[in-house]
Design a protein around this ligand. Structure first.
Ligand SMILES: Nc1ncnc2c1ncn2[C@@H]1O[C@H](COP(=O)(O)OP(=O)(O)O)[C@@H](O)[C@H]1O
Ligand SMILES: [Mg+2]
Length: 377
């Protein structure tokens, strides 16, 4: 039997796929234990969720109670409040009691009547009729916080909210204010708020006058250190009975721009290309790169077409010539745009969409695969 692919991408990485991040994980667990709020900030695909889930697991092992909610699909305050409530019920209050018993306890405390379902694994899902509850979302929110604060008085408690940048967009003016009040109120419980989209998180947390300014400690998630990632890649390949030299692993890392998700994606695909061989070669990595770009081509085309022409030009130029000076005349001439301001606007839009990033002062296309596609495949 051939060993399964030893690499993983696309969703949070847990053991045995998880590497490094000891410092971040230990730091977050320590804050959770002390009831201190934290922000985990970084671009998409760098490993924020993996870190948060790993920290939650360690915290739970040490006797803590922690819930986890992913807010990515939330479009209203009520949906955010409902996700939080469900995370509290399933993560914080789960303990040893049976689901039905837990539901009874919680129902006593809820002031808006929910629908309830319990699946075979015992996961409880509360729901609220939007027609009735849309305007009383703050009551649901408040009830979730009360349950959390009560749990916090019994022992170390935390609630992790992933894709937290969503709260800036829901409702009329976002939920920044509501979360500021929540943070002040939760004196016995740590909120772990993870989010991407630097500009949105900035607006929520860092800019002067931001609603959550100074409320918690910031953890910035960057790339995994190269040496560590190479050792990991070589070791994983070996565990699946395939040779991967450090030099070839470095090629994977470079081609994927050091972004953890993309490094793993390329390694996964190169491992597949090397089926039937004893070693993953540089050619396999290049073939893998081409395969990924080809498979993604239609979604790249869709994304490209959804952009304005000036944005498309900036993107295409950055794919072949990353630059430190996108406002210099040379760059403007190259893309045939006459004024600096339209480049400024295009870069802002492209950054917000996480299509371009500025790494160490250089503007470049964020995804190595999209970059290859833009440059002509
Ligand atoms: N600590 C890690 N070790 C190995 N791979 C990781 C790690 N963190 C992230 N990755 C890679 O990145 C992918 C995305 O991770 P995820 O935590 O979902 O990122 P984010 O939440 O920042 O978007 C994972 O599937 C994995 O391929
Ligand atoms: Mg995530």
């Amino acid at each position: 039997m051939t060993p399964p692919n030893p690499f993983h991408f696309g969703s949070p990485a847990a053991a045995p796929y998880f590497c490094d991040r000891d410092e971040e994980v230990a730091g977050i667990v320590a804050r959770m234990s002390a009831g201190i709020h934290v922000f985990v900030l970084g671009p998409r695909r760098f490993g924020k969720s993996s870190i948060v889930l790993r920290a939650a697991q360690a915290f739970r092992k040490g006797g803590g109670a922690v819930g986890y909610a992913d807010l990515i699909r939330c479009t209203s305050e009520l949906e955010v409040a409902t996700e939080m409530l469900n995370a509290v019920v399933n993560g914080v209050l789960s303990g040893s009691r049976r689901a039905a018993r837990r539901v009874e306890d919680v129902l006593e405390h809820l002031r808006v009547a929910p629908t309830v379902s319990i699946d075979l694994s015992g996961t409880v899902t509360f729901g609220f009729d939007p027609a009735i509850a849309q305007r009383s979302w703050n009551v649901v929110f408040d009830d979730a916080l009360s349950l959390l604060e009560t749990a916090g008085k019994r022992g170390p408690t935390a609630l992790a909210l992933d894709e937290f940048q969503r709260v800036a967009d829901v409702g009329k003016s976002g939920m920044g204010g509501a979360f500021k009040a929540a943070a002040d109120r939760l004196t016995h419980c740590s909120l772990v708020l993870a989010g991407s989209h630097a500009s949105v998180m900035e607006k929520l947390t860092r800019a002067k006058g931001a609603p959550l300014y100074g409320m918690g400690e910031l953890f910035s998630v960057g790339a995994i250190e190269k040496e560590t990632m190479l050792t990991y890649l070589v070791g994983r390949a070996r565990a699946a009975k395939k040779q991967l030299s450090t030099a070839t692993a470095a090629h994977v890392y470079e081609r994927a721009g050091g972004v953890p998700n993309d490094v793993q994606w390329l390694a996964f695909s190169a491992f597949a290309e090397a089926a039937g061989k004893s070693e993953i070669s540089t050619d396999d990595v290049e073939a893998a790169m081409a395969t990924i770009v080809r498979r993604q081509a239609s979604s790249f085309a869709e994304r490209f077409e959804s952009l304005a022409v000036s944005q498309q030009r900036v993107l295409k130029e950055l794919s072949v010539r990353p630059t430190k000076s996108p406002f210099a005349k040379a760059f403007l001439d190259q893309i045939g745009v006459a004024n600096v301001n339209s480049v400024r606007v295009a870069l802002r839009v492209l950054s917000d969409l996480e299509l371009v990033v500025r790494r160490e002062g250089t503007w470049e296309v964020a995804s190595p695969f999209f970059k290859d596609w833009l440059a002509g495949g």
